[in-house]
Design a protein around this ligand. Structure first.
Ligand code: FAD
Length: 415
């Protein structure tokens, strides 16, 4: 379906950035009759989209608008109109209409049934196919005599309107290197502080180096402040790496603790959350009674992953060669405490380049939420991660890119 514009003059729109938001904006503007050109700084559209969800692409979240907004970390009210323009349900239908069937998994996370992010990328490329593509990085953007002049590779191009969708500052190899923020600030826009979100966390604890590569499933994490007060807890999977900790529960935690001085926080891992202390003590006693003549290091195989046993015993301060039948009641209590609260001191977030999401961006006060148009520069629109809104994991961030991209494309072409 094509919505031709009244006077048959097709508005010339430049979309800067060919990611999730840019392709959605471009395809929608085409649908509303505009003449669209996408400028993409890398050699391909949707490079970041292709690596989302560990290559499976968690494309949206099958939840109500209220639940969605609860998962938005910053400036959630700004998203009412974009989510009305393109809801999560409509996004699922949108992909189905482009031939990508989806499925809903744990936490209402939506994925393509094929588990291939490539299918989402291909669908978005198809949707924006009618746009002219220029695979060059935009180095300047000016407004001259009510026309936008886009400069790429020393060449100037003239447009009626511009949609900026250059993403954040993380994973720069996918093209989102923060250059879009400079272009927008030259036109007078405010860029709020850019910080990493959904980011691995560093710890210099020798424990991490000893256990690097270890994946812990079904653990409960508690992040405690210096007064041992819990500031965040969650249940799920995490990984230990050479630099510290990462994995789903850690990434989610990072978005919730970003206002704390992280070097004052400690990660406490409950390695056996399904057992309370009494049940776990009974389990320990039972395990020990079956292997009384073994060394401690050879007796914890049923309780802990192999890679963790030696560092774990060192953490308790007990001699790993001590015979199980010589373990005292106090030592058993120490083992129990370590199983229920294995502590790793936290130090810092990894650099923004490694973040799943950049928090911060174009100040929402300077963008009309009903159209995505700049309140400072008429004819300039914003979409996606470059706007100062971000959310937790679960498909919310891509939905933000799709909804704001859709609204920007529609508004820019319509008015
Ligand atoms: C590893 C990883 C996994 C993720 N998984 C998920 C997930 O499963 N679900 C989810 O909801 N979110 C996920 N995200 C977040 C999600 O990818 C982003 O929210 C989304 O890609 C933002 O879309 P965007 O179009 O705004 O920006 P991007 O996708 O970053 O696109 C911006 C584009 O602009 C181009 N560009 C930048 N500057 C210029 C310039 N000056 N000139 C021309 N082009 C330029 C870039 O090359 C890039 O192609 C993940 C992120 C990462 C890093």
């Amino acid at each position: 379906m094509t919505f031709m514009q009244k006077d048959n003059y097709a508005t010339k729109i430049a979309v800067i950035g060919g990611g999730a938001a840019g392709m959605m904006a471009a395809g929608t503007a085409l649908l509303y009759g505009a003449d669209v050109t996408i400028f993409e700084g890398t050699d391909r559209l949707g490079k970041k989209l292709a690596i989302t969800g560990k290559g499976r692409c968690n494309v949206t979240n099958n939840c109500s608008r209220e639940e969605f907004l609860e998962n938005v970390t910053k400036n959630s009210r700004f998203l009412y109109a974009p989510l009305s323009a393109l809801s999560t349900e409509e996004t699922i239908c949108f992909f189905e209409s482009l031939g990508v069937a989806t499925k809903t998994e744990r936490g209402k996370r939506v994925y393509p049934v094929t588990d291939k992010a490539k299918d989402i990328v291909d669908a978005m490329r198809k949707y924006s196919d009618g746009a002219t593509k220029i695979f060059k990085k935009v180095s300047a953007l000016k407004l001259v005599n009510e026309k936008f002049i886009v400069t790429a590779d020393k060449k100037d191009y003239e447009f009626d309107k511009v949609i900026m969708a250059t993403g954040g500052k993380s994973y720069p190899l996918t093209g989102s290197d923060g250059s879009g923020f400079r272009l927008a600030s030259k036109l007078g826009h405010t860029v709020t502080e850019l910080i990493p979100s959904l980011i691995p966390i560093e710890s210099s604890s020798a424990l991490c180096k000893d256990m690097q590569g270890l994946s812990l499933r079904n653990v409960k994490i508690d992040i405690k402040d210096k007064n041992a007060k819990s500031v965040y807890s969650d249940f799920g999977e995490m990984m230990i790496t050479h630099f510290g900790v990462t994995g789903p529960v850690i990434l989610s935690a990072s978005a919730r603790i970003r206002d704390y001085d992280i070097s004052t926080l400690t990660l406490c891992i409950d390695l056996k959350p399904a057992l309370d202390e009494k049940a776990l003590d009974a389990r320990l006693l039972s395990d020990f009674s079956k292997q009384t003549n073994k060394d401690l290091i050879n007796s914890l195989g049923a309780l802990l992953p192999t890679k963790m046993i030696s560092p774990f015993i060192r953490y308790t301060g007990i001699d790993e060669r001590k015979k199980v039948n010589a373990i005292t009641k106090e030592e058993r209590k120490t083992i129990l405490t370590a199983l229920k609260g294995f502590e790793i001191p936290l130090e810092a977030f990894r650099p923004i380049e490694e973040a799943i999401i950049t928090s911060g961006g174009i100040d929402v006060k300077e963008i009309s939420p009903k159209t995505m148009e700049s309140k400072l520069v008429g004819g300039l629109y914003f979409a996606g991660e470059m706007i100062d809104v971000d959310a937790y994991t679960g498909g919310f961030n891509l939905q933000i890119a799709f909804s704001t991209g859709y609204l920007a494309g529609k508004s820019a072409a319509e008015y």
